[in-house]
Design a protein around this ligand. Structure first.
Ligand SMILES: Cc1cc2nc3c(=O)[nH]c(=O)nc-3n(C[C@H](O)[C@H](O)[C@H](O)COP(=O)(O)OP(=O)(O)OC[C@H]3O[C@@H](n4cnc5c(N)ncnc54)[C@H](O)[C@@H]3O)c2cc1C
Length: 388
């Protein structure tokens, strides 16, 4: 299972880095300050064919392997975490269709997502059902050859800007979330759908995190993904793969903070010398670099398992997200320390990176949930898990 980047991967990194340095990084502070969705950068990525990397060529995508997709996210996140969410969420929202959708569903939706003509969002979380996904309450009631969707979702990335959603709702309330939940495709111009509220956030401030409401939203039965009752499984299989994108995002944020720290330490003079000459600073930089590299290599190792459809894929992707998220938080916090007081002000990017890093420990399963997944697989291997 080879996971070391190839010459093609290096070339992709160089191309995306140049684009991110020239076009994304100069926009990052403004996106953060204004909290505005970066429509211009969405267009840029669409023009560069960078929103379709996870789709097959027959659906208009470029069908890059998972390491390449991680490199794309990493290099965008190194410049701006909000912008890196464009390919991340395009994949997250589409994964239920990729994993369990019909040919008709794939033909209708994937080409528009690959080209960037349409944005998609993944609507699983509800106000009272975060980590406990099975506690979902949203309902889907069969109505002839349609379903009626009623309920609400919370914290949905791109929920207010998406053209289409993958939504999870109970088709069998008695059976509950694990057995009675189903996955649906909902076009957001369907009457009864609204995105009444967008959250004010600590970080990734240009990425709208929306509350969604569904009031008798009538969708064709053909928009059911897989079979009734498949929703929980589809959601888990989606997250097992997509949280690797968050690991890549975390690696990118950490790398951005490290690079800013090295540049600053090499310039800033105190006590008649560059602060990079103090051993105390050198050791911090060394720790930041080596932990970032360790997180990156674990992310690529997990990516290789995703492409190989390895049975222990959740162990790898959760480990990668756990390690990379904690690394991003530590490295960005240390970056603020390396820059001293200047690290704390918005003139320099590291305070933004520190705020952005925090979300990688929270979404697509908190760090506590990643530990549950890793521990469960570990104990299953040892034959002592309770299962479930
Ligand atoms: C900015 C942002 C974007 C998001 N985007 C999306 C999106 O696009 N789509 C979507 O569906 N959701 C999205 N989410 C939701 C996100 O995935 C959830 O917030 C996350 O899963 C945690 O759920 P919660 O916030 O309800 O926390 P809770 O589940 O209430 O957790 C509270 C605390 O308890 C801990 N905890 C919970 N259960 C356990 C346990 N069994 N063992 C140990 N500790 C536990 C948690 O780790 C946490 O520390 C987003 C959230 C945010 C903030």
């Amino acid at each position: 299972m080879p996971y070391l980047p190839t010459a093609d991967h290096d070339e992709l990194r160089a191309v995306v880095r140049e684009l991110a340095d020239e076009r994304v990084a100069p926009r990052a502070a403004e996106i953060d300050e204004k909290g505005e969705f970066p429509w211009d950068l969405k267009e840029l990525l669409a023009q560069q064919d960078l929103l379709g990397t996870c789709f097959e060529e027959r659906h208009g995508g470029t069908s890059l392997d998972t390491i390449a997709q991680c490199i794309l996210v990493e290099e965008l996140a190194r410049a701006d975490a909000t912008t890196s969410l464009l390919p991340i969420v395009q994949k997250l929202g589409a994964l239920p269709i990729l994993l369990a959708g019909s040919d008709e569903q794939k033909d209708r939706y994937l080409p528009r997502l690959a080209s960037g003509e349409w944005l998609i969002a993944f609507a699983l979380t509800e106000a009272a059902a975060g980590s406990d996904v099975a506690a979902n309450r949203m309902r889907a009631t069969a109505d002839g050859d349609h379903y009626l969707l009623n309920g609400s979702k919370r914290f949905i990335t791109h929920g207010s800007v998406a053209n289409v959603l993958t939504v999870f709702a109970l088709t069998d309330q008695k059976a509950g979330g694990r057995k009675g939940m189903s996955a649906f495709i909902v076009e957001t111009d369907t009457p009864g759908f609204a995105a009444p509220r967008v959250e004010h956030k600590m970080g990734i401030r240009g990425s709208p995190t929306a509350e969604l409401t569904f009031d008798d939203v009538r969708i064709p039965a053909a928009n059911l993904i897989g079979d009734e009752g498949d929703g929980f499984k589809i959601a888990m299989e989606t997250l097992d793969r997509s949280r690797l994108s968050i690991a890549a995002q975390a690696v990118g944020i950490a790398q951005g903070a490290l690079d800013a720290s090295v540049s600053y330490a090499a310039e800033r003079q105190q006590f008649g010398q560059r602060v990079s000459e103090f051993q105390g600073i050198q050791w911090m930089l060394a720790d930041m670099a080596s932990h970032t590299e360790a997180a990156r290599q674990l992310t690529y190792a997990a990516a290789a398992r995703v492409d190989a459809l390895a049975p222990d894929l959740p162990y790898w992707t959760s480990s990668a997200k756990l390690v990379a998220g904690d690394t991003a938080m530590k490295v960005t916090t240390d970056a603020v320390q390396v820059l001293g007081g200047y690290g704390y002000i918005t003139e320099y990017p590291v305070e933004r990176m520190m705020r952005d890093a925090k979300i990688t420990q929270l979404y697509e399963g908190t760090q506590q949930i990643q530990r549950l997944i890793v521990a469960r697989q570990l104990l299953e291997r040892a034959g002592v898990a309770k299962g479930g």
